[in-house]
Ligand binder design. Structure first.
Ligand code: SF4
Ligand code: SF4
Length: 318
């Protein structure tokens, strides 16, 4: 799969608002790929990611990096003494004292100055280079499906590494490059204050070599699970009698199957975790019965899975 094909899969399965952003840290002496634009004024690294998600292909040599934190963390330049010491975090009142500031700094992932000479950021579908990482701007629901895709492909739980400081550079780029693992970030003070990232958006960054396996997993999830979750198929139609504080209500659930609609496909019986239904066959005749309504927990799985909309639940408090 090429970059454009990969981008299309992520955009379609997750219904992305923004392009995934391909990022590469250029090694010294590396040639600038064709089609990259050098901004006329310095930008912060996080601003270049936001500009790239809108379709721009941005090449930024060290002198075009406006954020002194970012260029130091990315290994493009030596960080200033004030930033290294933690003094500036205190001045901005972002951290309470030097001890805590130095702990945050010493545990932050960063590259040695001079390791890299420039950054490339471009929409994945236009990226004319091999990215190190790909950064997605997502809603939490889309980030959830990214996590599911990773678990679908590997069975692994994900462990994330972030501090709320130095988001795009440390969390989404250096950490992902050095650990080889997906990471999330909610942005940081500088990144949010200097870009139009929305309050309800967050980031997920993936090592480039993991894109294909996760794309494949997302395609599988998009066949059933993603659209069903988005249609909120287990949402009870009416929540009309919430429990009163102090009352210990017993809930009685009545499971009704409309025989005129039911085709006896058996999906409700297969999906019901409480074995409420029974499917029987006598000669040629299949029959669905509600045999164990007392065990129904009102999860609405059968209602959501029934293709004929033949099931109704009636819940009563007593
Ligand atoms: S899923 Fe619906 S149509 Fe299929 S057996 Fe159950 S009630 Fe009938
Ligand atoms: S609501 Fe859940 S527990 Fe009750 S019958 Fe349907 S699938 Fe089974």
């Amino acid at each position: 799969m090429n970059n454009a094909e990969l981008s299309a899969i992520y955009q379609q399965t997750l219904n992305l608002r923004w392009s995934p952003v391909a990022v590469r840290l250029m090694r010294p002496g590396e040639e600038i790929p064709a089609g990259m634009m050098e901004p006329s004024v310095p930008l912060r690294y996080c601003q270049s990611i936001i500009a790239a998600r809108r379709g721009n292909c941005i090449y930024m040599p060290v002198q075009k990096h406006a954020c002194p934190d970012g260029s130091g963390i990315l290994g493009l330049a030596e960080m200033s003494g004030k930033l290294k010491s933690g003094d500036l975090y205190l001045l901005f009142k972002k951290l309470p004292n030097l001890k805590i500031a130095q702990k945050m700094i010493s545990t932050r992932p960063e590259f040695t100055p001079g390791t890299y000479s420039a950054t490339l950021a471009a929409p994945l579908e236009k990226a004319n280079f091999k990215p190190d990482v790909v950064i997605f701007t997502l809603w939490p629901e889309q980030a959830m499906w990214m996590c599911c895709a990773k678990t679908y492909a590997t069975g692994d739980r994900q462990v994330f590494h972030t501090s709320g400081y130095n988001s795009t550079c440390a969390d989404l780029t250096v950490h992902v490059m050095t650990s080889g693992e997906m990471n999330v970030s909610f942005g940081c003070y500088g990144g949010r204050a200097s870009s139009e990232i929305d309050d309800f958006e967050q980031y997920v960054s993936i090592p480039f070599d993991q894109l294909p396996i996760m794309a494949e997993a997302l395609q599988k999830l998009a066949k059933k699970s993603i659209p069903e979750e988005r249609r909120k198929i287990y949402l009870p139609p009416v929540i009309d009698s919430p429990a009163q504080p102090g009352r210990e209500d017993k809930i009685k659930v009545e499971v009704r199957v409309d025989e005129n609609k039911c085709t006896v496909c058996g999906l409700c019986e297969a999906f019901c975790p409480a074995s409420v239904f029974e499917l029987t066959q006598e000669k040629e005749i299949r029959k669905l019965s509600v045999v164990n309504a007392a065990s129904c927990s009102a999860c609405y799985t059968c209602v959501g899975q029934c293709p004929e909309r033949a099931i109704q639940l009636q819940t009563q408090h007593s």
